[in-house]
Design a binder for this molecule. Structure first.
Ligand SMILES: [Zn+2]
Length: 272
């Protein structure tokens, strides 16, 4: 599943080729994504000029002079460029053809992604309401985690994966950041001290930044039209290493389920 670093990598990859380009035609081959794609959208977006691409949580926002296109990649969605008119495969659901002869293509075998159109006069979208701060922004701090967690008995790992608290901390990154911060994933969020939350916020920012930096090196594969999805592998200390030795202290890493997500930790390095 594309996580925040992959989505940010896509954003960086598509922004320059899209900026200042005019959309000549939108082709919807199959509107059945997570929510049906509005059949009025091709008429609304035709002749729009793209001014930039931004991101909120895992939503990509293509800004145009006629409105904003909001795309979520779901479980298996991909966005990449092909020459306009390139024959479409069975999972190539949408093309946005540009006047320069290229097309932005949306491919999604599992169809859990989504495409919405936000008119210029609307300030946002219900899907974007109630989202916590971006993890790499200055609004996200250890102090925020500390304040929002008081009296909460849910596990700290579940807490930091809650998009209302902070967006984009997926399962892999929650596991890694908690290991690096030395915090047991099952510890009640309300019991974590302020200094430990400072450390945790720092590690969340670092692990995500490293993944984004890693993504930059694989951008070409990632945006390539064919073959495997190029989601990048980061050097991981705990995720996927249950039962193996801790890289720091050699203790065997434990794997449990927490909120139905695979959770790996070092019983020695990560304290309650
Ligand atoms: Zn250890």
């Amino acid at each position: 599943m594309p996580e925040l670093p992959e989505v940010e990598t896509v954003r960086r990859g598509i922004e320059a080729p899209l900026r200042n380009q005019q959309i000549s035609r939108m082709i919807i081959r199959d509107p059945r994504l997570r929510w049906p794609v509005d059949d009025a959208l091709p008429a609304q977006i035709a002749s729009a000029t793209v001014s930039g691409v931004s991101r909120r949580a895992k939503y990509l926002l293509v800004e145009t002079d006629r409105g904003r296109l909001m795309v979520h990649l779901g479980m298996s969605g991909r966005l990449y460029f092909v020459p306009a008119g390139t024959p479409a495969g069975v999972h190539d659901h949408i093309d946005w053809e540009l006047t320069n002869g290229q097309a932005l293509r949306y491919t999604d075998p599992r169809r859990f992604g989504s495409v919405h159109w936000l008119l210029p006069e609307s300030s946002g979208h219900a899907l974007l309401d109630h989202l916590g701060p971006e993890p790499l922004s200055d609004d996200f701090t250890g102090e925020l985690l500390y304040q929002r967690s008081r009296k909460r008995s849910s596990a700290v790992k579940t807490f930091i994966m809650d998009g209302r608290i902070v967006v984009g901390v997926g399962n892999i990154y929650a596991n890694e950041a908690l290991f690096r911060a030395g915090i047991h994933p099952k510890l009640a969020a309300g019991k974590v001290s302020r200094p430990r939350y400072e450390k945790l916020a720092t590690e969340i920012k670092l692990v995500l930044s490293e993944a984004i930096a890693q993504g930059g090196t694989t951008l070409k594969d990632f945006l390539g039209g064919d073959g495997k999805p190029g989601y990048f592998k980061q050097e991981l200390s705990v995720y996927g290493r249950g039962g193996l030795h801790c890289l720091r202290c050699d203790t065997l890493l434990k794997e449990i389920r927490l909120g139905q997500r695979a959770t790996v930790f070092c019983p020695s390095c990560q304290k309650r």
